[in-house]
Design a protein around this ligand. Structure first.
Ligand code: ADP
Length: 501
């Protein structure tokens, strides 16, 4: 069924860390076609993680062609792209050949460089200008590594022969046959090189790494004309009109368009973002400030915090502890657990993220008694994700109140873990706030579709997207305040025992 103008769909490309997907959304924001390919992970060294850029492009083309084969290409209004953030690639501007594998966000190879910059007192400058912290996670030091270590890269970059990009840039470059070297403000805001106040690459930070501007993509709004697909790729040429990094896309897909609206995505890890409106809030609690989206030249900012181990804690229960045989079983076991159990799991398997930022902390199970069994540990593991969300929400609330904004009052959730009703209820109980789950849980891909569709008039503006967003389930807190406070107090005590800083 074709909508007005004969357009019935938006194609969303969701290039994630472990898979590449293409989805077609109709004008109601319902996913109607999906194709997916797993992406191989490359581990060349301890703590190093790479992806093959050519593979990412080949997979993207394949999944797009798969979904487009199910409809008439001329029914597709536009393409939106969302991507794993921070992952960094350089390629030859003329030939499109990558000079090295992409360095993935998880990669820690630039830890020493970050430590050196910190010792030179540069973290305060980074935080002030970019909203980020000096951590190998972000693209800037990965790009510096590529320029230093790949033979001839720095000279060629100075001659303008190379392109740097995050995965969105790389995909647009390929989709347009090399015509566009662009990115959007959300992806730019994760590079460590982008000043989120001036919305421009920052010359001072570029000079630390000796990065020429000509290497960097042009930064556009999230809704913009990024380019047209090259002839021969699909049956017709399609405009690329929406881009956002994955967590920002999920924020749009959850229609968190007002200051104080917060979303949290519970996959392997958990990423929480709260909209701070036109204010770049400088966190006093080691949260990140970032661009939530930029539409029509107007920047909307967010505070962001992440939990390294969310669903991964459930995988640990399944694969290492063997307390469950599937993630879904965690719900039944949590319900069986003695509700008075004092057991606490601190899943600091790879350190703790915001607001603690302790890479050397390690996991612990505390408060066990003779009758603590698998159900109590499973329950405590699920609760640990709720406690960590409370840590983030409290930090966000404090930062927002200090900036004269209202703290978040409810939480919109998505990701694999929130299928678990026990967890969603526990989250609400420990936050003391409503937790709301949407009908369409493909929020990341949907957000990219919304951005692309808003640009071409396929979706209306933010108001009509907000009106389209629908709640599937709502969990209200039923735990009394005394219990909530005493349980959270025991969590803080447990965290205090594993911190090394
Ligand atoms: P990612 O995108 O990071 O791969 P997903 O959003 O697909 O993650 O979610 C998968 C994660 O959710 C896994 O880590 C899994 O352990 C967890 N998970 C899935 N279903 C449940 C459930 N019913 N209860 C708890 N955790 C779950």
């Amino acid at each position: 069924m074709a909508e007005s103008g004969g357009k019935a769909y938006v194609l969303s490309i969701d290039q994630g860390t472990t898979s590449t997907r293409a989805l077609l959304f109709d004008s109601k924001g319902t996913p109607v076609q999906v194709a997916q390919k797993e992406l191989p992970q490359i581990f060349p060294n301890d703590g190093w993680v790479e992806h093959d850029g050519n593979q990412i492009w080949a997979d993207t083309l394949e999944v797009c062609r798969q979904v487009l084969s199910k409809v008439k290409a001329h029914e597709v209004a536009a393409i939106g792209i969302t991507n794993q953030r921070e992952t960094s690639l350089i390629w030859d501007r003329a030939t499109g050949v990558p000079l090295h594998n992409a360095i993935v966000w998880q990669d820690r190879r630039t830890a020493d460089l970050c430590a050196r910059l910190k010792s030179e007192g540069k973290e305060a400058i980074v935080q002030e200008k970019t909203g980020l912290l000096l951590d190998p996670y972000f693209s800037g030091t990965k790009l510096a590594w590529l320029l230093d270590k790949v033979d001839g890269a720095r000279d060629r970059a100075k001659k303008g022969e190379l392109c740097f990009g995050t995965i969105d840039s790389w995909l647009v470059y390929n989709l347009t046959g090399g015509a566009s070297h662009v990115t959007d403000a959300t992806n730019a805001s994760r590079t460590l090189l982008f000043n989120i106040d001036t919305q421009d690459w920052d010359d001072e930070i570029l000079s630390w790494f000796d990065i020429p501007r000509s290497l960097l993509p042009e930064v556009k709004d999230c809704c913009a004309a990024f380019g047209e697909t090259a002839s021969g790729l699909f049956d017709v040429s399609l405009p690329i009109t929406g881009i956002a990094g994955d967590q920002q896309a999920a924020t749009v897909g959850q229609a968190c368009f007002q200051p104080g609206m917060m979303k949290s995505t519970y996959g392997t890890g958990c990423f929480a973002l709260v909209n701070t409106g036109s204010a770049h809030v400088h966190s006093q609690n080691r949260l990140l400030a970032t661009v939530a989206y930029r539409i029509g030249g107007d920047v909307t900012y967010a505070l962001e915090g992440s939990i390294f181990m969310a669903g991964a804690t459930i995988q640990w229960l399944r694969d290492e502890m063997k307390f469950i045989t599937s993630a879904e079983e965690s719900e039944a076991l949590a319900k069986q657990a003695n509700p008075d159990s004092q057991a606490i799991v601190v899943p600091a398997f790879t350190g703790l993220g915001a607001p603690y930022w302790d890479p050397n902390a390690r996991g612990a199970v505390l408060g066990m008694t003779r009758d603590t069994g698998a159900p109590e540990i499973v329950r405590a593991a699920l609760e640990s994700v709720s406690y960590q969300t409370r840590d983030l929400m409290d930090a966000m609330g404090a930062d927002m109140e200090a900036a004269g904004l209202s703290a978040p009052s409810e939480l919109r959730v998505d990701g694999g873990m929130v299928a678990n009703d026990w967890f969603a209820q526990n989250l609400s109980d420990l936050l003391g706030r409503p937790v709301v789950r949407p009908v369409v849980q493909e929020t990341t891909a949907l957000g990219a579709a919304y951005l692309a569709g808003m640009q071409v008039g396929f979706f209306g503006g933010q108001d009509s997207v907000s009106a389209q967003w629908q709640q599937e389930a709502r969990f209200d807190a039923v735990m009394d305040e005394g219990t909530r406070d005493s349980r959270y107090g025991r969590w803080k005590d447990a965290v205090g025992r594993v911190l090394t800083v």
